[in-house]
Design a protein around this ligand. Structure first.
Ligand SMILES: [Zn+2]
Length: 414
């Protein structure tokens, strides 16, 4: 493993670990979980802005649902399934005995259940749901690779229920969202591919014609160029794939937009149309990052551990020059925390040079030294990663730092 492998960085930066007792699973440490939650909150806010409502659905469901949705047939081999626990006859709950249950490998059928909970009018469409869906897949042990391939992962999943007439606008909206998110995360360049009808498919040719055209038009309208992957679509609909190029010119498939004419049918989704008739909605599956875990692996490797400042688990190290400045350093820490800046105090009895080296080792992007001169003048000395240094009054310095660490979402005009 080279030193920019995310597993090496994960260990060096104390982000996460994996161990034999949890094969393909992740133990997130405080710094790693901080990063995870900052990324999650960012995506959450982006999705809300794009008109999605977040939901939460179960991880464990009856196998019968997966049989009905078709996933059992297609994904069964990768699904964790078991029988409900044996109980003493007569004990409460024994009706469940032996019932086949599965851990969800994806959230799609669950979103249809939420949609189906009441009669929907065409006036309500499009209905947009998002979820950070905790999924499990029984991947072969040989294919497991740190965070890149795990058995438990979280999909930033989203589904739109709409009519054919909505497809182009909905896909266009999502293409713009993807472009903005990837830029914020430091991936200005990506490739788009349109995967079209495979030989084995559901639905008639007219439906496929319209669906493929709608995807192509929406991508073009969003200013995206794309390649065609002939015959690579799923049997239930065509899709757009977004492949990010990282700093080492490797390509990672992350975002997807997929049209689906089959699942709403299998799971009886319907709405009442203008003519007061029951009609099947189109379902659009969306993901921006794909898997949170895998995306974090990619972020770490792409940035070689130097994450964009707004994502860094700790954005600032505040270091005392001597013990005499401990109280003032605390005051500085408080001011940073009040400004929602993630800061770490280094008050060890070490030389300042050593503290600078250690902060770099942990890849914390901003270093603030607090000495007696700072305390007397109520200033802070800021040192950026590129070596730039400045001494500013405390309030002014905190204001500068706040701007530097601000989430791109707060920076952008709404
Ligand atoms: Zn889905």
């Amino acid at each position: 493993m080279n030193d920019i492998d995310h597993r090496v960085l994960g260990n060096k930066l104390d982000l996460f670990h994996q161990q034999e007792e949890g094969p393909g699973m992740v133990f997130w440490h405080p710094r790693g979980w901080e990063l995870y939650r900052v990324l999650e909150d960012y995506i959450r806010a982006r999705m809300r802005r794009a008109g999605f409502r977040e939901i939460r659905t179960p991880q464990l469901l009856a196998r019968s649902l997966w049989e009905k949705s078709g996933h059992w047939e297609k994904f069964g081999a990768a699904m964790y399934s078991f029988a409900a626990a044996e109980r003493v006859p007569g004990e409460q709950g024994d009706a469940e005995q032996g019932r086949a249950l599965c851990l969800k490998p994806m959230s799609c059928p669950c979103h249809v259940q939420v949609f189906n909970q009441r009669v929907r009018s065409y006036r309500e469409l499009p209905v947009r749901y998002s979820e950070f869906g905790a999924c499990h897949r029984d991947e072969p042990s040989g294919s497991l690779e740190g965070l890149k391939r795990t058995r438990a992962f979280v999909q930033d999943d989203a589904h739109v229920f709409c009519t054919e007439a909505h497809i182009e606008a909905e896909v266009g909206r999502f293409c713009s969202l993807l472009r903005a998110v990837y830029a914020d995360l430091g991936f200005p360049s990506f490739k788009v591919a349109l995967a079209t009808r495979p030989a084995m498919r559901a639905g008639n040719d007219q439906t496929w014609d319209r669906a493929e055209e709608a995807l192509a038009n929406a991508a073009r309208a969003a200013g995206l160029e794309f390649d065609i992957l002939e015959g690579e679509g799923a049997f239930y609909g065509p899709k757009l794939e977004f492949h990010l190029t990282d700093s080492r010119e490797r390509s990672w498939q992350c975002g997807t937009i997929q049209l689906d004419f089959v699942l709403p049918d299998r799971l009886d989704a319907e709405f009442v149309n203008e003519r007061n008739e029951r009609e099947r909605p189109v379902m659009i599956h969306h993901a921006v990052l794909g898997s949170m875990e895998r995306f974090i692996a990619m972020l770490l490797e792409h940035h070689e551990g130097w994450l964009p400042v707004w994502l860094a688990p700790e954005q600032v190290v505040v270091a005392t020059i001597s013990d005499a400045n401990a109280a003032y350093a605390q005051e500085v820490m408080q001011a940073l925390e009040d400004a929602s800046i993630r800061a770490l105090l280094d008050s060890r009895p070490e030389r300042l040079e050593k503290k600078i080296v250690d902060a770099r080792e942990k890849q914390v992007p901003i270093f603030v030294a607090v000495g007696s001169r700072d305390e007397r003048g109520r200033t802070i000395s800021i040192r950026l990663r590129d070596g730039q240094q400045s001494t500013l009054a405390l309030a002014e310095g905190v204001g500068h730092l706040r701007l530097a660490v601000l989430s791109p979402l707060l920076r952008a005009t709404p």
